[in-house]
Design a protein around this ligand. Structure first.
Ligand code: FE
Ligand code: FE
Ligand code: ZN
Length: 276
C-alpha cells in the first residue's frame, strides 16, 4: 500500500484535513502543529481529534507526519531562546498525545556557530526533556541539506542524537531533496544510500519520507524544493522510491511548490508510477 499525501492547512481542524486529503487522493498528510512563523498554538480540540482518529481508521489512512515549526531551533546560541524552543517542543509532544500513534517530525536545528557537537548535545537534551516515556508519539528527526550551520545533514549526526536520547520513540524522516542537497546520491545509487543509512543509523529507525525534487545539483547544500520530476532528481528516482521494498510502505509527504490541485496531480503521478 502506498501512503502518500502533502502538507495541509490545519486552520479548520483535523477532521477537515482528513476530508481534504481524501478529496485529493491522499491517504496520509502533514500539518504544522502551530503557525510556522508564530509560536502560539490553538488549544487542542479533543472532540475534533477523536473524530479525526475514527475517520483515519475508517478510511485506512497511513500514519500522519506532523511537522514542528521551522522557527523552533533547539540549538540556538541564546540560552533563553533555546529554553523557549525546548518548551515549544515539549508542548507540541503533549498536544500530539491527542492524536495517538502519529509521527511528529522536526528540523533538528542550526547550531549558529556553537559547533556541531554542542548542537547535538542541546537537541538531545531538549528531546530527553520533552519526550515523556509512554507518550503515544514517535518523534522523527528530519534529514537536512546541511545549509548554513544545520545539524542533521549527515546520517552520523542523526545517529548521535538518537543515541544520546536513548529512546525507541525517536526515528528519522528522510527528505529526498535534503539528502540529495546534502551529498547523498539517491539518483544513481539509491540502494547504496539506503545501505549507508542502515550501517550508520539502522533502517528500523526510518519511519517516513518527504518527497521533493531539488532545484540544485547534488551536495549543493541549498534546500530548494522542486515539483516531482522537474528537478535534478527526476521522475525515475521517484519511481524507484515508490516501488522500493524498503520504502514503499512508509508514509510519503510532498512538500513541493504546489497548491491543492498541483498536489492532487503529483499524488496521481506517483501512484501511476507504482508497478505492483
Ligand atoms: Fe521539514
Ligand atoms: Fe522536508
Ligand atoms: Zn526543505
Amino acid at each position: 500500500m502506498l501512503y502518500i499525501g502533502c502538507h495541509l492547512s490545519s486552520s479548520k481542524g483535523n477532521v477537515e484535513m482528513v476530508k481534504t486529503a481524501r478529496k485529493i487522493g491522499a491517504n496520509t498528510f502533514a500539518f504544522f502543529t502551530r503557525n510556522p512563523r508564530g509560536s502560539k498554538a490553538k488549544p487542542v480540540d479533543l472532540l475534533d481529534c477523536e473524530k479525526a482518529m475514527d475517520l483515519l481508521k475508517e478510511l485506512e489512512f497511513g500514519t500522519l507526519v506532523a511537522h514542528g515549526s521551522y522557527t523552533m531551533n533547539l540549538c540556538t546560541a541564546d540560552p533563553e531562546a533555546r529554553h523557549f524552543a525546548s518548551d515549544v517542543l515539549k508542548e507540541d509532544l503533549e498536544r500530539m498525545a491527542a492524536l495517538p500513534g502519529q509521527y511528529y517530525n522536526f528540523h533538528p536545528g542550526s547550531h549558529v556557530g556553537q559547533g556541531i557537537e554542542a548542537g547535538i548535545d542541546q537537541i538531545a537534551g531538549a528531546l530527553k526533556r520533552a519526550l515523556e516515556p509512554g507518550y503515544p508519539v514517535t518523534v522523527l528527526l528530519e534529514t537536512m541539506a546541511g545549509k548554513g550551520s544545520e545539524v542533521g545533514g549527515r546520517f552520523e549526526e542523526l545517529k548521535q542524537i538518537i543515541d544520546a536520547v536513548g529512546s525507541n520513540q525517536v526515528g528519522v524522516c528522510l527528505d529526498t531533496c535534503h539528502v540529495w542537497d546534502g551529498g547523498y546520491d539517491i539518483v544513481h545509487d539509491l540502494d547504496g544510500v539506503l545501505a549507508e543509512f542502515d550501517r550508520v543509523v539502522g533502517l528500523e529507525r526510518l519511519k517516513a519520507l518527504h518527497l521533493n525534487d531539488s532545484k540544485n545539483p547534488m551536495a549543493s547544500h541549498k534546500d530548494r524544493h522542486e515539483c516531482i520530476g522537474q528537478g535534478y532528481l527526476g521522475k525515475e528516482t521517484f519511481e524507484a522510491i515508490v516501488n522500493h521494498p524498503l520504502l514503499r510502505d512508509k508514509p510519503m509527504i510532498l512538500e513541493t511548490p504546489n497548491e491543492l490541485p498541483g498536489y492532487a496531480a503529483e499524488i496521481a503521478l506517483l501512484r501511476g508510477l507504482m508497478k505492483e
